[in-house]
Design a protein around this ligand. Sequence first.
Ligand SMILES: [Zn+2]
Length: 711
Amino acid sequence: MLMCLSSTYEVWQQNVAVCRFLILLVLCQVACCAKIPGLYDEPRLPATITPFHYDIRMITHLENPANHKYNGFVNISLHAQKTTNQVVLHVAGVSIETKKIRLYGETSDFKLTTVKFNKKRDYMVVTFDQPLWLGKSYVLSIEFGRSMTKKLEDGYFLRHYVNAKTSEKIWYSISHFNRNLIRNTLPSFDEPGLRATFNVTMGHHKRFQSYSNMNVRAVLPNYDIQDYVWSVHEVTPSMSTHLLAFSVNNFTCRFTQAASANPVRFRTCSQSSNVRETGFVAEKAPQLLEFLDNLLKVSLPLEKIDQLVVDDFPTEDHSTKDLGLVVYHSKQILQREDGPMTRSKSLALQRIAHGMAHMWFGNLLGIDWWSDLWLTEGLTGYFETLAMDHLEPGMARRLQLRNRETSFMYESEVGGVSLVSFWPLASPEVEKHLYQKATALIGMVNGFLGNATFYDGLQRHLWQNSFASSTPDLFWRSLQLASERESVLSKNWDVRSVMDTWTRKSGYPLVTVIRNGNNVVLMQGHALNRSRTDLWWIPLTYTIDGEAFPGDLKPRAWLTPHQNRQQLDEIVPLNQWILLNLRAVGYYRVNYDEHTWQLLAATLIEDFRSIHVLNRAQIVSDIIFLWKQELVSWSTAFNVLRYIIDEDEYEPLMALVVGVTNGLWGISPDSALSIAKWLGVAGRWYAEFISYTFDKFVVKSPNLNSLDYPD
Ligand SMILES: [Zn+2]
């Protein structure tokens, strides 16, 4: 290894080497443009060779603004799953010293035959003169490098800040490998299911520090380049390539700690002028991690988490949440520690909670392929909400409702989305809505299984699949086993069949309540398209006028895909209402017969607080939707919504704003006038209704009452 290292520097310290890279890159690209017959061209890497360890050693040169670059080599330990003389891996953008590619085996002395590129798929296909034998391990060694720019697409890129005293530009490097970008930085098997351990050694000028997923184990002198050192990081746990992260910078840090079962030390670092305002994230992140650690009861294999706060971070959501290294955009995260909780603080807290939840979901528990990303994002969204609620009580129900309303709104717009067929994605915006739906569905599963079963299944799933890939099927299986232990679901029902109807179908159901004397008949159909015949497994929670509001969300009945109509095993006198979908946890809408709507409207006017705030929000949301769909008359909708003038909680008001603004073009002038009149009466809300989007209502306001409902 040392020999390789020293020869690497001899070459790269000469400008000639840079030219060679450029020439090679041009030659590669010329070669890539021509389609080569027989060249490996499948959409996924072949299953013949799998990596299990990466030894990465690279030097980042940040001192000369005219020549920012990095170079290094990677030794990838491979296992042959089939006998083959070809290795296919991902390479794009980065320059490769093709002639120096080496393969080492226990006894064999391999000779390189060809190196070809499939540019369309970002593949480098390396062929050797003899086979890699099934069951044997090998080490593939590749030298790489490139000049550095500020482009995010490079995977490993530059940022800078300006020193206020000297006006000098201070450059630093940062990585963002999320989905298909690490191949632009270094050769790799860039698929999420191909997990490996990583040994990262970063070379840099001694005035900088190196950050990566793991702690720096040692800083060693570099004898080849003056004033340079090697930061040797500890080996990572087994993880996907896109979770690898590193940065070379000269930031100033704060230190905090989470008192979880495995204490995790936090280092929060930024350019020195921002340090004063990093206190908020430095304090809140450990508290959120600690809460999640207690809730999930699965310790992270981490001694530390570094949080870098940088200006101008151009990723889709302006952050990265890799195992042990989180990067935030300063505009979204810098906050004063003291003072009241503002909207901006609340959003910052949500981002931090999201980052901390990702340590378990997405990092510890990975996925096999991108099409399953909704599972880890859905779990992250769900636990982000709970963690937020821990520090800001009341936030869980607001975020839950926001997810549900936003997702319903988006599905209405596009005619419904299915979670399982969303890769490749059209845009980050679309992705955001899919994750909101996934989060809402995870909440529904938690609801119908109950906390004890849900957490039993989830914890076992985490224990069994940590450092490995999960799939929705495996996850449902873990919940299924937990439900069998507790006999939660009826025999012959299984969680997977139930959830497949929600994740595979686009859109969501509408449950219609029909009163037949004292009997209640329920029907299901597609909420967005009445001509469709889709049927779901629908957990039915309900309460009847006069009953105490149930403390849990255990379904009292189910609608199944075997029938679209079912009579409830319940007698409900005609002068009493029945209210479905308690706390709006089920991802469906409910329509009642005219008589029940009038009973509900009368209760809302008399004593709206007797109905749970989330159900009031659901009623508001559903009635506006149903009116727009011409399933209820305007006078029915008006009657139900009349109580809103007295409403003093955010959730129902949020639902009203979403309903009204989303349906703006569908509102007739007369109806719009009526709505405006209500809003005018509710004068204190009027300006906010018009100018704010609903998510601003997520902010806690001291002017609003908060009702305590048992959870
Ligand atoms: Zn996420």
